[in-house]
Design a protein. Structure first.
Ligand code: ADP
Ligand code: MG
Length: 226
């Protein structure tokens, strides 16, 4: 019991340090991003415009990693609202459009109205972005991702994100959500960990079915709010 308490204390210290670092790093990054945007004037050469766009993209990528770290640091249930899940899905489809096009991936979607869940919208978006990005990244030669959102007969909202990518073995699926598990060269292994944490905090479930070389389907169930 004492050991357990000590371990919990250590985890809390790690979370506190992570939170302070993440905030302190984010502020100067946001200032730099603002100045980069100011530099981007119409008479600049294409080369310079490209460098500015790339720098902003890299800062945004770092910002997403910081978002994941902050969720890990503060796994609280704050800012819970009645959220239109379909609307949030449409938002993240817009956010990830440029990224999917750059990797030759086309996203098809079927999103129905009236899917209300009790959630923190920012965290829900972050979780969906993490899963959608993994789906896009699973197809090195491009392909399709299918995104659907429906109400099931038994009081759930069912979101599915399905790819036709490299897939995972059963062992790999079992390791999903464990901290820092990543098979990517520049992966962090944070995305799935916080996504599982987020869905758990909404009293939902994530189910994964995957087949090597065939593809993967993530199914998220959230209790529907009338
Ligand atoms: P990262 O994307 O930084 O590697 P994640 O936590 O998002 O970290 O994902 C962990 C690992 O799970 C990935 O490195 C990948 O091996 C595997 N994975 C997740 N989603 C998929 C998917 N749709 N298809 C194949 N592998 C996946
Ligand atoms: Mg990822």
């Amino acid at each position: 019991m004492r050991v357990e308490v000590q371990e919990l204390g250590k985890l809390q210290i790690i979370r506190d340090i992570t939170s302070v670092f993440a905030h302190e790093i984010r502020n100067p990054m946001q200032v730099s991003r603002g100045f980069l945007q100011l530099l981007d004037e119409p008479d600049l050469s294409d080369k310079k415009k490209k460098y500015i766009a790339l720098s902003i993209e890299e800062l945004d990528r770092a910002d997403e990693i910081i978002n994941d770290l902050l969720i890990f640091a503060k796994p609280t249930n704050d800012n819970m609202h009645k959220v239109d899940v379909g609307l949030e899905l449409n938002r993240i489809l817009n956010i990830t459009k440029a990224y999917s096009i750059s990797l030759d991936v086309e996203i098809k979607h079927y999103i129905t109205n009236d899917c209300w869940a009790y959630a923190n919208p920012q965290k829900l978006r972050q979780c969906l972005i993490n899963i959608l990005k993994n789906a896009i990244e699973s197809m090195p030669d491009g392909g399709y991702v299918w995104v659907t959102c429906i109400r099931t007969g038994d009081g759930n909202i069912e979101i599915t994100i399905q790819d036709e990518g490299i897939g995972m073995s059963k062992e790999q699926v079992d390791r999903l959500g464990t901290p820092f598990y990543s098979l990517k060269e520049s992966g962090t292994g944070l995305g799935m960990m916080v996504s599982y944490q987020i869905i758990r905090s909404f009293k939902g479930q994530i189910k994964v079915t995957s087949e090597k070389e065939e593809g993967t389907a993530f199914c998220i169930l959230l209790p529907v709010v009338p």
